[in-house]
Design a binder for this molecule. Structure first.
Ligand code: NAP
Length: 388
């Protein structure tokens, strides 16, 4: 695809303690009227405005430029009165009754989803929005390429936390406009500006503060993100399976055969390998105690300060868990905490012990490249055949 990708502006309002909402059903008002007017101008200056399906479901926004004068100025400049409105979804659970669909014609709204959800969504949103598939997963690069082809030059990303995290960890944000409201939310469960992740803008890669402003009682911080850091995600070797990957994953399957038998837990094998091919550790389920998981067992053998973790690959025969009863931290979070950028797995977790494992989603939302190797899925499952 040769069209230029749009400039991406991420706009967000948060409390002093980093929350973008509280836990009440109604949306928390963080901005003041002057700040909302500033955001209206940003929308009017954008070709497209994007949110995640979580925000669509929880806030039911219209996502419109409110000022009639700004709409008129857009029209006078040969633009539609409203920018294109875009929703990202993974599963495609979007209610056609929501307010966003009710204004303007269907061509003014786009939904990006994995290919698997396209047919169902297209039927559901017929006449309300155009649905575009991005391949096997929700691929942000494909979204931006498609928007470039459609002539979108300036994209405003308006949340929520999962979408902020996805854009930032993918290195696809050019600037951030962060409004800080003068109060605390103080609830751990309240949504945050970003979720845990591996951000290219870390302590060694600071963003540039290009402006600060007071908008009434709201502090406005304007950051430029120095360079797009998505190159590492686009390197062919990071994004596709190699023969070496298959070999390492086959080793993980062999390790899974060593697991002490259990009727209530999977037998899984895991290997962690540095990017120069050095094996850092291996592990399997119940290796060191009755509840330890394979990934956990392998990661526990590596010094968390080992810099090779930041470029390593975790091979595991089963999708890392996102919830577990036996320990406080699930394996997807352990992999994130270790800073591992790439996970190769054989088999998605079936709905046997946990109804809906979100390990892959958690990792991908944090910017980790997750690759599946379907040709080893049956072997990984066969080791667990006794569970059915
Ligand atoms: N203060 C602010 O500036 C601001 C702005 C916006 C929102 N918010 C708040 O943010 C909260 C919502 O945030 P949120 O994190 O729950 O939702 P979100 O970021 O708006 O949307 C998350 C959804 O996007 C899809 N998605 C994101 N990454 C994906 C991936 N890698 N693969 C597949 N699908 C992916 C999924 O949709 P499916 O579930 O459909 O698969 C996911 O559930 C609300 O409380 C809202 O009020 C605050």
């Amino acid at each position: 695809m040769t069209a230029r990708r749009p400039h991406v502006l991420l706009s967000v309002a948060m409390s002093i303690d980093g929350h973008i909402d509280d836990t009440a059903p109604e949306r928390l008002l963080l901005s003041n009227p002057a700040d909302l007017d500033r955001v209206d101008q940003l929308r009017a200056d954008s070709d497209a405005v994007l949110i995640g399906a979580g925000t669509l479901r929880s806030d039911n926004p219209r996502l419109l430029v409110n000022s009639e004068q700004r709409q008129a100025e857009r029209r006078a400049a040969g633009l539609p009165g409203q920018p294109l409105r875009i929703v990202l979804t993974g599963g495609g659970d979007l209610d056609p009754e929501l307010r966003l669909w009710q204004y303007g014609d269907g061509r003014a709204k786009l939904v990006y989803s994995p290919d698997a959800a396209v047919a169902r969504l297209t039927a559901r949103l017929a006449g309300l929005a155009e649905v575009v598939g991005t391949g096997a997963g929700l691929d942000l690069g494909a979204v931006l390429d498609d928007l470039g082809v459609r002539g979108v030059r300036r994209l405003m990303v308006e949340g929520g936390g999962a979408v902020h995290t996805l854009f930032l960890t993918s290195g696809l944000v050019d600037e951030i406009r962060l409004a800080v409201a003068p109060f605390f939310v103080g609830a751990d469960e309240a949504p945050r500006f970003v979720n845990a992740g591996r951000f290219p803008q870390d302590a060694l890669h600071r963003m540039e503060l290009v402006g600060t402003d007071a908008v009434g009682d709201v502090a406005l911080l304007h950051y430029r993100v120095p360079e797009k850091q998505d190159e590492k995600r686009e390197q062919p070797a990071a994004d596709r399976l190699t023969e070496d990957d298959r070999r390492r994953l086959a080793l993980a399957v062999e390790l899974s055969r060593q697991c002490p038998a259990s009727e209530t837990a999977y037998s899984v094998g895991a290997v962690v390998v540095a990017d120069d091919g050095t094996e850092l550790a291996r592990g399997y389920s119940r290796e060191t105690d009755a509840t330890v998981h394979a990934e956990e067992s392998a990661l526990a053998k590596i010094d968390p300060a080992d810099p090779r973790l930041r470029t390593a690959t975790l091979y595991t025969t089963l999708e890392p868990c996102s919830r577990r009863a036996s320990r406080p931290t699930p394996c997807a979070q352990l992999a994130l905490a270790a800073g591992i950028p790439r996970v190769v797995l054989a088999w998605r977790e079936p709905a046997l012990f946990v109804a809906d494992c979100q390990g892959i989603e958690l990792l991908e939302q944090a910017g980790v490249t997750v690759l599946e190797c379907p040709e080893l899925a049956e072997e990984a499952r066969a080791v667990n055949a006794h569970l059915w």
